[in-house]
Ligand binder design. Structure first.
Ligand SMILES: Cc1cc2nc3c(=O)[nH]c(=O)nc-3n(C[C@H](O)[C@H](O)[C@H](O)COP(=O)(O)OP(=O)(O)OC[C@H]3O[C@@H](n4cnc5c(N)ncnc54)[C@H](O)[C@@H]3O)c2cc1C
Length: 397
């Protein structure tokens, strides 16, 4: 079960973080590229599902690391955490990239002529050493090491010449940390669509070296042919942020995009009731759904303790469910952590005008971390990275 590998509780996340912290400096910097295999010790933190669903936040992970290491010593790890923030901010300002990815994926599903090649790749039956093992590992464990994700995507695109959007879709359907921004933009990055002209080409030597010789695939592409980019990028500013009216009676809505509202809203906020929505329609695959279903019970327990309010776990947050809960609780507003570009945000955008007509406002509150970092994701990661020390300093880190 996925929750044996990733126990879906905040306490599990915190103890994984505590175990990892001593190695967040040199050990991570030197060992992070090596993938010794699914059951082997690893220098990486394996915190991604907890960060993806914000059972722990980037802020507290970075803070905990900096309590033990200097910024210089833990620079590599902190930068990797900030890659996530960067991708989220980048997509937030370019939501059309997400919309067009979905259109391309659906179009390719219907029209790609070699459906058998896709089936073989997903089943790990291509005969390519490593690639076949990673396909099976992904389906079975819901996780792949970052380097394996890069090798896999590169072989999918450049050696097998399969559509990148269908590879990204395969990842979304199986990764427990499946994420609209990190996944789509990483696939685009490997394909050479994200950073103009820069592709990631996996090589036999690199794979052999960083898998400790477990795999030495032959016949990999030696040139990277960049696929056609069908995406038109329209940039918008990060949407305006709003403040919560703490006095106004509220229903707290918790979605899979942020399952840690007790670190966002003050305990004095007039929360009359909370609903934790483990909505399978906002997730892509069973690994993620299983994880979030367990995480929802854990979140509900914490929320009812912190806000001293009745808390229900629901499996959908359609407009009727929300209105019923809000009215029952005497709530005049529904407050929720801000949902970045992805299925939850799409769903909330549909709900807002309908709730409005019932006299209930939907208020999404953004975290200071996102507020500070996202607007800097205007160009590549390099200029973004330069800003990290200053912004961390401004946040007292
Ligand atoms: C093709 C491809 C698809 C990916 N799809 C996803 C996805 O759907 N969801 C996802 O969370 N990550 C994705 N990643 C990024 C990265 O592979 C994972 O976040 C990382 O492997 C998770 O393992 P970890 O927690 O041990 O990482 P660590 O190395 O311990 O890093 C700590 C944290 O930093 C963040 N992080 C690290 N590397 C990256 C990165 N390159 N990009 C963005 N965030 C990063 C993650 O939140 C991670 O938990 C993808 C990468 C590639 C190449």
């Amino acid at each position: 079960m996925i929750t044996d590998i990733f126990p879906a509780s905040r306490n599990a996340a915190l103890s994984r973080l505590a175990q990892f912290i001593p190695g967040a400096g040199q050990n991570y910097a030197f060992g992070r590229n090596t993938d010794s295999g699914p059951d082997q010790p690893s220098a990486v933190s394996k915190l991604s599902p907890y960060l993806r669903y914000r059972m722990i936040t980037e802020h507290e992970v970075v803070q905990a690391v900096l309590e033990r290491h200097s910024l210089a010593a833990a620079e590599k790890y902190i930068q990797e955490v900030l890659w996530r923030t960067y991708w989220k901010g980048w997509l937030e300002m370019r939501p059309s990239v997400w919309t067009q990815f979905q259109a391309e994926r659906d179009g390719q599903r219907d029209s790609f002529p070699n459906a058998r090649a896709i089936r073989n790749a997903e089943a790990g039956q291509t005969g390519i050493e490593g690639f076949d093992d990673w396909a099976r590992e992904l389906v079975e464990t819901g996780y792949l090491h970052n380097h394996a994700r890069m090798w896999f995507a590169s072989i999918w695109i450049f050696t097998l010449r399969l559509p990148w959007a269908l590879g990204a879709d395969f990842f979304l359907r199986h990764l427990v940390d499946a994420d609209a921004a990190s996944n789509t933009l990483s696939w685009r990055w490997v394909a050479g669509l994200q950073t103009a002209g820069k592709t990631y080409l996996a090589t036999t030597d690199n794979i052999a070296r960083y898998t400790n010789g477990r795999f030495e695939p032959k016949g990999l592409a030696t040139t990277a042919t960049i696929p056609a980019d069908l995406t038109a990028i329209n940039q918008r500013p990060v949407p305006f942020s709003v403040q919560v009216d703490e006095q106004k009676p509220a229903l707290l809505l918790v979605t899979p995009d942020d399952m840690n509202p007790e670190s966002l809203f003050s305990s004095s906020t007039a929360i009359r009731k909370a609903v934790v929505a483990a909505d399978p329609a906002t997730l892509w695959g069973d690994n993620a759904r299983g994880f979030v279903a367990s995480a929802a019970s854990d979140a509900a327990e914490r929320i009812s303790g912190t806000f001293k309010c009745p808390t229900d776990v629901v499996d959908t947050f359609d407009v009727e469910t929300l209105i019923t809960h809000a009215k029952e609780a005497g709530a005049e507003q529904i407050i929720t952590p801000y949902a970045p570009v992805g299925p939850v945000a799409d769903h909330l955008a549909e709900l807002a005008p309908r709730l409005d007509r019932e006299g209930i406002s939907l208020v999404q509150i953004r975290r200071k971390w996102d507020e500070k970092f996202w607007p800097h994701a205007t160009k590549g990661f390099f200029p973004f990275k330069e800003k990290i020390p200053k912004i961390l300093g401004e946040m007292g880190l």
